[in-house]
Design a protein around this ligand. Structure first.
Ligand code: NAP
Length: 282
């Protein structure tokens, strides 16, 4: 029987641990503060922003929200980020992506101070991760490492295959798995004989963005499968990049969709906010 890795439960545990740390900080008159900036009114972004605000409220992190109109200029957004960078009582700054096309996303990411870059997207955060220095780590891959650790799934010496090489999931995931001493292979759309490569994996991490793409034939008997994908199927139900029903009898552990990786992303964002104030505990 496969272990179902419960991201909802694990993320709740992390949020409760953070709540305690935030209370301790408050006793020392330190209030953790996250600024969330949203440009435009994309409905999916509005939901993500709202969930982040709710998580802040639960943990006791102060959240400041800036909801800017769609026609906000790049200059105005850069000015706001500059102002928040200089404010000592602001510890984390997050610009909800995607932003409108007339604004250069890279410019915005680079404008956020690396000391407040709780999304872990700044080139300095990425560079620190690559050379093993302490810094903010992209939340989804960080959440996956937490899931594996908290389910006592050792990464050391394991064959880890990551499908997808995006800047926010695949690449930082590879760096983190290296840090955990796994042997890492990254696959992408030009990889030849994908199933041959993925079948080598003791730990298979899938972030392709294609519903139910990974089937039984891609998975080794007894593998741990982490599904990052998030889609709506023909019945409007959430599903992942992995065909769960097709692989469930073959794997030793798997993250479901929903309730696997998804809830961990916000928990790790909260972790990054608190970590900017207190030394990492895990
Ligand atoms: P992305 O930027 O679209 O990257 C997809 C990656 O998959 C690319 O590297 C692409 O290769 C690779 N790929 C596409 N087709 C492939 C194929 N047939 N064989 C092998 N590789 C293939 O996606 P992302 O931002 O990493 O997100 C991936 C999925 O995770 C999406 O479903 C997204 O919604 C979800 N997601 C979930 C969370 C969460 O919190 N749960 C967070 C982030 C993302 P190339 O580089 O060669 O194009």
């Amino acid at each position: 029987m496969a272990t179902i890795i419960d991201g909802k439960k694990t993320s709740s545990e992390i949020k409760d641990e953070l709540k305690e740390q935030v209370e301790q900080l408050k006793e020392k008159n330190i209030e953790v503060c996250l600024c969330v900036i949203q440009v435009g009114s994309d409905p999916a972004s509005a939901i993500y922003v709202n969930n982040k605000k709710k998580a802040c409220e639960y943990i006791g992190i102060k959240s400041l929200s800036y909801e800017l109109p769609e026609d906000t200029t790049q200059e105005h957004l850069l000015e706001l980020i500059d102002k928040l960078n200089k404010q000592d009582d602001v510890h984390g700054i997050l610009v909800q992506l995607p932003i409108p096309k007339h604004i250069d996303e890279d410019r915005i990411i680079q404008a956020i101070s690396p000391n407040k870059d709780v999304d872990g997207f700044h080139p300095q955060s990425v560079g620190r991760l690559s050379i093993g220095q302490k810094g903010f780590v992209s939340c989804t891959p960080a959440g996956i490492v937490q899931l594996l650790k908290r389910y006592n799934i050792s990464m050391e010496g394991k064959e880890c295959v990551i499908v997808g090489r995006s800047n926010i999931v695949g690449k930082p995931m590879a760096m983190l798995m290296l840090r955990e001493n796994a042997t890492v292979t990254i696959c992408h759309s030009r990889t030849k004989n994908l199933a041959e490569v993925t079948k080598r994996a003791d730990i298979l991490i899938v972030a392709i963005g294609k519903a139910k793409f990974i089937k039984n034939e891609h998975v080794k008997e007894g593998a741990v499968v982490i599904d990052v994908g998030m889609h709506r199927n023909e019945n409007n139900k959430l599903c992942g990049d992995v065909d769960y029903d097709d692989v469930i009898d073959k794997v030793s552990a798997i993250t479901p969709v929903p309730g696997g990786v998804g809830p961990m992303t916000i928990a790790m964002l909260m972790y990054n906010c608190v970590e900017s104030m207190v030394p990492a505990t895990k």
